[in-house]
Ligand binder design. Structure first.
Ligand code: ZN
Ligand code: MN
Length: 498
């Protein structure tokens, strides 16, 4: 439970609806391209523009991808399922109805286990608790076009005019509907994060929330402990894990305040405003009957015979929870394991470890310096060309003393700059970066520094151990930062005391 979010005696109840855009090359019912960011209204045909008489044909790849994700979420595949028309008028949906699923979705009854950090009783750190969130269904449907409201606010209200881009119209969507098993914002966030990770692991979508390939709606209600479910509101289109947490917290507190004041909660759809931090009403929620669902007469049932389901099941990849457990067993600290698995650097990690690198060391570099370099260079790990083999080689060079940690970081910068065309040994050679750890060479330099700084040496001999730092600095300067710091320290102490 999230302590202190609600007054004592109140309970929060949340269910999430997550829309996942499947990354097929063509749309759900036609052959139009699904490429993101193309010129507006260039990927449109009579089917996705909703012209009368145009007939939809289901995308087999989309059905298989949806099945794969459903199986990865422990769901049951319906042997036969069908499509319905969900009727509503909105300018970005040219048919005036969305093809969706209603009474028989493709997948039903799955679950997702999430790990949530809960403080230890003595406050000395985090303990993790696993919570099972049941998944009611995964149904297939199609995306709508995108409206662009031109005006000061960028929203419909107060816009001068609106533009519509139908490129997104008809892109396959999979809606993952959880049961109302979530009772605090942290669990809601953990669920969304874990789902995003699983989607990535299956490869059915890049799961980029900022590009809208995953969008989350939250159904939020509150009740007095032990009561029936309260009336819920739906917060639409939360586009980050952070927004989800903030919006749910705000909405729960708003509802409790209304109810404690003697008011009632209406079923309504609300919009989360990230800048003001409040939810506001969009419209009074449609009820199911408003949509006048009926079976789409243009589409036949989708059959999923057991053999096909089992064939798809063999493609279920190692899931994030299993990957984290594997890294944990290899000695990788928990936070790093979480970041490696969720951040998509697991293939590079695996390759580096297979090449002989220490698991904890690899994870540490990936989540620290590598992540930092990628952010600075504004590239993804893939774009950087960085391979696990090169990373293992870099760590080996640091391990055997050829490179200091600091030089290793410089080499890494160049590795990213060169987009993986050269390995670390080659780069270190090119840049003349090599740690001076040769006893003889380093001893000569240290002797010079000691001889050239009699006052500092006297100071250290008088008991000011800190002053040794100044001499280390001089050695580094003389070697252009390439002296082995540990050896330098040893030699300095030896020469000064001797
Ligand atoms: Zn089309
Ligand atoms: Mn939907």
């Amino acid at each position: 439970m999230s302590e202190g979010l609600l007054p004592a005696g109140w309970e929060l109840v949340v269910g999430l609806e997550v829309h996942v855009e499947l990354q097929t090359t063509t749309k759900m019912w036609c052959g139009c391209s699904t490429d993101f960011g193309d010129e507006p209204n260039t990927n449109v045909c009579p089917v996705c523009a909703g012209l009368p008489g145009a007939l939809p044909v289901p995308n087999r790849q989309a059905v298989e991808d949806a099945t794969l994700l459903g199986l990865s979420l422990n769901g049951q595949v319906a042997p036969r399922c069908r499509f319905h028309r969900k009727n509503y008028f909105y300018p970005d949906l040219a048919k005036n109805y969305q093809i969706s699923q209603y009474d028989v979705p493709l997948i039903h009854d799955g679950h997702l286990d999430v790990e949530v950090a809960v403080g230890t009783d003595d406050g000395t750190g985090d303990r993790y608790e696993t919570r099972r969130i049941r998944i009611e269904r995964l149904h297939m449907e199609e995306d709508t076009g995108k409206s662009l409201h031109v005006g000061e606010t960028g929203r419909l209200h107060g816009a001068d005019r609106s533009l519509i881009d139908y490129n997104r119209c008809g892109i396959p969507l999979l809606e993952v509907v959880s049961r109302p098993d979530i009772h605090d914002p942290a669990t809601a966030q953990a669920y969304l994060r874990e789902l995003q990770s699983i989607v990535r692991a299956t490869g059915v979508s890049d799961a980029r929330m900022e590009e809208g390939s995953i969008r989350c709606d939250a159904n939020v209600s509150v009740r007095r402990t032990g009561d029936e479910l309260g009336t819920r509101t739906e917060i639409k289109n939360l586009n980050s894990v952070r927004s989800l947490g903030r919006a749910v917290s705000y909405e729960a507190q708003r509802q409790v305040a209304v109810l404690e004041d003697g008011g009632t909660i209406r079923m309504e759809t609300r919009h989360w405003d990230e800048s003001t931090g409040v939810t506001e009403i969009l419209r009074v929620k449609e009820s199911v009957t408003d949509y006048r669902y009926f079976p789409d007469p243009d589409l036949v049932e989708i059959l999923s015979p057991a053999e096909r389901v089992e064939a798809i099941r063999t493609r279920v990849p190692e899931l994030p929870a299993a990957a984290r457990a594997r890294l944990d067993a290899a000695g990788v600290p928990r936070e790093a394991a979480v970041t490696v698995v969720a951040g998509g650097s697991l293939p590079v990690y695996d390759e580096a470890v297979a090449a002989g690198a220490d698991p904890a060391g690899v994870a540490n570099w990936l989540t620290g310096d590598v992540a930092g370099q990628l952010t600075a260079a504004e590239v993804t790990l893939e774009e950087s060309g960085l391979t696990g083999a090169h990373l293992a080689e870099l760590l080996a060079l640091i391990d055997d003393g050829t490179l200091s940690n600091k030089l290793g970081k410089q080499v890494l910068t160049a590795m990213v700059e060169r987009r993986g065309t050269d390995g670390p040994a080659r780069i270190a050679d090119d840049l003349g970066l090599k740690q001076v750890s040769d006893e003889g060479e380093l001893r000569g330099i240290v002797e010079d520094v000691v001889a050239g700084n009699p006052d500092t040496v006297a100071d250290i001999r008088g008991g000011n151990q800190k002053a040794i730092g100044a001499l280390v600095g001089q050695v580094m300067k003389a070697t252009k930062g390439q002296a082995d710091p540990r050896k330098t320290n040893e030699l300095l102490r030896e020469l000064i005391s001797g």
